[in-house]
Design a protein around this ligand. Structure first.
Ligand code: 3NM
Length: 206
């Protein structure tokens, strides 16, 4: 497994929230221009071919120093030359993904309660995400909100890098880090003025 520490901000570009392809790629470039160094591409509605084409285009436009993570799909991660995969509870198991992507690429797993954190901790996942910390409208059928208490509980259960997700904003992000998260993953909180908002997040998170 690669040894790494996560950047404080983990930006997620969800293609369903952008009007069209041009705005999507513009959004990605703004995120990176603002200083994003870890970026997940999330596309729950596109065909595999569309997802792959967009992923390749992201890769083409973004500096190599930015770590690119594919949501859900280990095969498309490899095909697009991304740096890692993030899976949820319904996707391939962490160890299944690991067999596909090998030891060098990053692997993250979403969890929503203490039991899932314990299970993910015992896998070959490099980092664990916990959420939703706060209410979110970016996910269909989100699990119950875990709150800052859920972040603290997850922190006590794993030494792997911990990513908090769900409803995180510039206003509440410090509290999430103080509760024990290493990094905050953000979707809707970056949609407006992405370049400036990323810079704000980075300044707040230090
Ligand atoms: N996963 P926003 S919450 C993609 O709980 C995702 O695992 C979650 O979007 C989880 O920053 C979520 O707009 C949505 O709230 C996060």
């Amino acid at each position: 497994m690669p040894i790494f520490s996560l950047p404080r901000l983990y930006a997620i570009a969800d293609s369903s929230l952008l009007r069209d392809e041009a705005s999507f790629f513009h959004f990605v470039e703004e995120l990176v221009g603002g200083g994003t160094t870890l970026l997940q591409y999330r596309n729950k509605s596109g065909s595999p071919r569309q997802v792959l084409d967009r992923a390749r285009e992201i890769k083409r436009r973004v500096d190599r120093s930015v770590r690119l993570v594919m949501n859900d799909r280990a095969d498309l991660c490899l095909a697009a030359g991304f740096d890692g995969v993030h899976v949820g509870q319904e996707d391939l198991s962490a160890d299944g993904v690991r067999r596909v992507i090998g030891v060098e690429r990053w692997l993250g797993v979403s969890t929503h309660n203490a039991e899932q954190v314990k299970i993910a901790d015992a896998t070959s996942a490099d980092y664990i995400a916990i959420g939703p910390v706060f209410a979110t409208s970016s996910k269909v059928n989100p699990d119950p909100v875990v709150g800052l208490e859920g972040v603290r509980a997850a922190r006590a259960l794993t030494q792997k890098p911990l990513v908090a997700i769900g409803g995180i904003t510039r206003e509440n992000c410090r509290s999430v880090i103080e509760a024990g998260a290493d990094s905050v993953a953000v979707i809707s909180g970056l949609l407006r003025e992405p370049n400036k908002t990323v810079r704000d997040f980075l300044a707040i998170l230090g």
